[in-house]
Every structure is written in C-alpha cells, then in structure tokens.
Design a protein around this ligand. Structure first.
Ligand code: FAD
Length: 469
C-alpha cells in the first residue's frame, strides 16, 4: 500500500478503515467465494469524504478498486494486496423523490431492491430487475450497465439513468445530476461512467427514471417444438401484446432438465421432452382486459403450433415458482461445478446454429463435457455454462476459444451484460475494433492519467494492445 492509513482514518474515522481479518473475512467474488485480498478497505460516508479519500490516493499514487454489492460475475471486484478497496456500503440513502418528474435520487451504494421498493411506495416502479436484486447496488448496476429480465420492455441500466455524480481519480467531483428527460447541452458526460466498470470514476449518486406501475403481471411457462417456433413466438407475443411484453426468458432443454429432473431442485411444471422452454411475462395495468389479451395471445400461439404446452401462473406463488427455475443460478453452479459461465450476445437468427456448433465442439474435445444454455432471447443474450470436469487455466482458455471465437464472424459480443472485468480482458478485441480500443485508452488516460481506478479491469493499466486471445 502506498497510502498512509492514518491519512484515510483522518478523513473517514478509524472504524471505517478496515485492515487484516476485517478485510480477508470478506468475500470478494460471488462465483468463487474467494476472500478479499486488498491491503485495506475504506468506507466513506458521502461524496465529500470520497473526494478527499481520492485526493489523498492521487497524491500517494494509491491504486483503488471500488466495491458495490460484489455480485459482479467477471472479477471486477478483485483487488491485489497493494490496492485499496473503496466500499460504497455506507452510501445507501434514498435521497429524493420527484413524483411529478418521476425521478428518484439515490446514493450509489443503495441496493437495487430497496430502490425498487421505494419506487413502489411512491406508486411508481423502477423497472431494472435481476436475480441479484437483494445485494447488487445502483452504483454497480451503473458501472456494469446491468441488463436483466426487463430489458425487452425498458432497456438496460443506461436507459434508467437521467443523471449521476462521480468522483474522478484525482478527487474531482463531477456532478451531473440532471433530472430532465431532455438535455442536449453539450456532451452527455454521464454516459462515460455507465458501463465503464469503475475505470473512469467512482459513481456516488444517481438520478433514476421511474415508470408508471404495471400492477398486473401475466406469466406463463411454455414449451416450444423448435427454434423457428421459438423466434416465431417472440414475434407473435411482441405483436399480440401491443408493447406490454415484459420478459421472454428461454431455457434450452439442457438447462430446464438440469434444474428439474437431474438435480431434483424444482418440480417440472411441463414434462421434460421439448427442445425449448420460455417464461413469457406481460406487464399491464387493468387485470381483466390484460389477462384476456395474454390468454388470447397464448391460444393463438398454440393454434399456430408455435407452442405445444403452457402453464399459466394464477398467483404470485405460482409466478415465483416458475421464475425460481430460471433464476436458480446457485443450483446451476452446485450441479455443474466445476464450470465456466459465459454471457454473450449475437443475432437471434444465428443462435441455433451457434449453440449446436458449440455443443458438438465441446463433445469432441471433452466427451463427458456438458453444455447448458439459457438467456434473455429477446435481447439476443445467451448465458452459456460449460462443465468439462476441470477448471484449470489451460482448460478455461480452450473453452473460451470455442465460445468466443465464432462470435467475431457473427458480429456478436463477448459480454452482453456482465462487463469485461479481468475475466474477459483478453477477448475484448473480438467485439471491439483496434480503433475503438485505442479510443478507450485515450479516454482512460484523460480521466485517470495515473491509472489508479480499477487498473486491471477492462483495458488494463499501461497495456495498449488487446489480443484476440
Ligand atoms: P460489484 O460486483 O460490487 O461491482 C461490479 C463492477 O462495478 C466492479 O468492477 C466494481 O469495481 C464496479 N463498481 C461497483 N460500484 C461502483 C461504483 N459506485 N462506481 C464505479 N464502479 C463501481 N447482471 C446483469 O446484467 N443481468 C442479470 O440478469 C444478472 N443476473 C445476476 C444474477 C445473479 C444471481 C448474480 C450473482 C449476478 C447477476 N448479474 C446480472 C451480475 C451483477 O448482479 C450485476 O453486474 C450488478 O450490476 C453488479 O452490481 P454490484 O453492486 O454487485 O457491483
């Protein structure tokens, strides 16, 4: 550590600078459960304290890693022993609600679920939603430009943020807390910080856009006989529901089987004999009319043989049971471990050929290997898990090549929604051109010339090239 911990204690108080076992007892990685290895953790109470912490770090050339809820899946929170972790855990306030303008101003450490609840209490909704909602923070959601299960209707985190405040590496506070839908006065600086994974600044506060409530949720699990039927169903539901399609979450049979029959973790609501299963949700306001519209859309889908079976949820408990299969990431990990997980995007039309080719390639290289696929199909986003009985680095690299290399030709992305972190850094060149990567380095250098913020993430401090693996 380059910085004097006493200097930090003078800013945030002794109890908010953690060292030794207080650091190592913390889990730094959701997937592996690995312990935090940082030299110390500092917990500022507000933007002013954080700004003074960063001024001190800048003067001492102290590298920093930011921690939100630590649910990120690409090792963005990993810290080396010479790095200082800045944890936003004390910055959790819901600061202001504007019911007329439909905005909520919050500190960046506020957990997503608390923000969702605050919006509901105000008779509105904050539509970003994902399985880690109880732990992940708004700052982490912004830093990773999180997606989740409502993207098809409301877009990603970028679309939910009207303004934000961030602290730069030298402690400068950029307060860009815009509350208006329209503001074209010069560069839209907030966009620099959304999705840049804490490499350009630490997000401290945000103005979030709220939406009208959709109190009636119609949800069904349906089975599709083929990939063509699946894409036909997406188009059909999208048109028939007139803009209220809220989720279209697909499980390949291998995923559905694993979490029901194989693991025994969930009772299969529909027999495990079809190639694809979809959770379709529609978000509306007036229950009776909306319910009729949803049922009619499903009936027509059945008549057109886009689906062959369906289970409609009639209560929140039934809805939760359907979603529990799709959101059972812990079950997936327990049943498949050791496994490698991937979050890719590609044109929907190319998905079936891509997953088929991948399955055959995995089988060829590891005859006992398993491939499991689910995803936000409407967003072109697949989550792929590959289990080949080993997790050593060479095996990981070999599996990564099989998953990532075909994406270059397809115009796909090595990261649909989880970000690059350290895990996908060697593969950035598959999804971004050399010119794009050079511009990313230029921006990084302009905002953080000493390379202090999340220095090993996304681009990597000092490196100017990114290979394709
Ligand atoms: P962290 O894990 O703490 O940090 C993530 C990255 O952001 C790190 O690089 C960190 O340094 C940086 N960071 C954190 N806070 C700040 C800040 N205030 N300022 C600047 N940088 C910061 N993601 C999806 O997109 N869609 C999903 O559907 C989804 N489902 C998930 C389901 C489960 C069960 C789990 C465990 C994760 C899931 N994720 C999903 C991934 C994860 O929840 C999101 O990436 C989330 O946005 C991370 O938020 P966090 O607060 O936990 O961030």
């Amino acid at each position: 550590m380059h910085i004097s911990l006493d200097a930090l204690r003078r800013i945030v108080g002794s109890s908010n600078v953690l060292t030794g076992e207080d650091v190592s007892a913390r889990q730094a990685d959701w997937m592996t459960g690995a312990a935090c290895r940082a030299g110390a953790i500092v917990r500022p109470a507000d933007t002013d304290e954080l700004s003074r912490v960063m001024q001190a770090c800048h003067a001492a050339r102290q590298p920093v890693v930011t921690h939100g809820g630590l649910t990120g899946l690409v090792h963005g929170g990993d810290a080396q022993p010479d790095e200082l972790v800045v944890s936003l855990e004390r910055m959790t306030a819901i600061e202001a609600l504007d019911e007329v303008g439909c905005t909520l101003t919050v500190q960046a450490g506020a957990p997503l679920q608390r923000v969702q609840e605050a919006a509901v209490e105000a008779g509105l909704q904050f539509p970003l939603d994902l399985g880690a909602r109880g732990s992940c923070t708004i700052g982490g959601n912004i830093a990773t430009n999180a997606g989740g299960i409502r993207v098809i209707r409301y877009g990603m985190m970028r679309q939910q943020v009207l303004g934000l405040e961030a602290v730069l590496a030298d402690g400068t506070v950029i307060s860009s807390l815009n509350r208006m839908l329209k503001n074209n006065a010069g560069f839209d600086l907030k966009q620099l910080f959304i999705g840049s994974e804490g490499t350009l600044g630490i997000v401290t506060r945000a103005v979030l856009r709220l939406q009208p409530p959709t109190p009636d949720e119609q949800t069904a699990l349906v089975a599709c006989p083929s990939f063509d039927a699946l894409t036909g169903l997406l188009a059909h539901m999208s048109k028939s529901l007139g803009g209220s399609l809220g989720a279209f979450e697909v499980m390949w049979q291998n995923h559905y089987r694993l979490l029901t029959e194989t693991s025994g973790r969930h009772t299969p609501p529909i027999a495990v004999e079809h190639p694809f299963y979809v959770i379709v949700a529609s978000l509306g306001s007036e229950a009776e009319r909306h319910g009729e519209q949803f049922n009619h859309a499903l009936e027509t889908a059945l008549e057109r043989e886009l689906i062959v079976d369906a289970v409609v949820a009639h209560s929140q408990t039934q809805r939760d049971a359907l979603w529990a299969i799709r959101e059972d990431i812990e079950g997936l990990i327990q049943t498949l471990a050791p496994l490698f997980t991937f979050d890719v995007s590609l044109p929907i039309a190319a998905m079936s050929a891509y997953t088929g080719q991948l399955e055959r390639a995995v089988e060829r290289c590891w005859p006992q290997g398993r491939l499991v696929v689910f995803g936000h199909l409407g967003d072109g986003n697949l989550h792929i898990s590959v289990s080949v009985g080993s997790a050593d680095p060479d095996t990981r690299h070999a599996v990564e090549r099989l998953v990532y290399e075909p994406l270059a030709e397809l115009g796909g992305s090595v990261s649909a929604e989880h970000g690059i972190g350290t895990e996908k850094r060697p593969w950035l060149g598959i999804s971004r051109s050399a010119e794009e990567i050079r511009l990313m380095h230029t921006l990084k250098h302009a905002l953080d010339p000493l390379g202090l913020l999340n220095r090993h993430k996304v681009l990597g401090h000092g490196s100017t090239t990114t290979s394709t693996g």
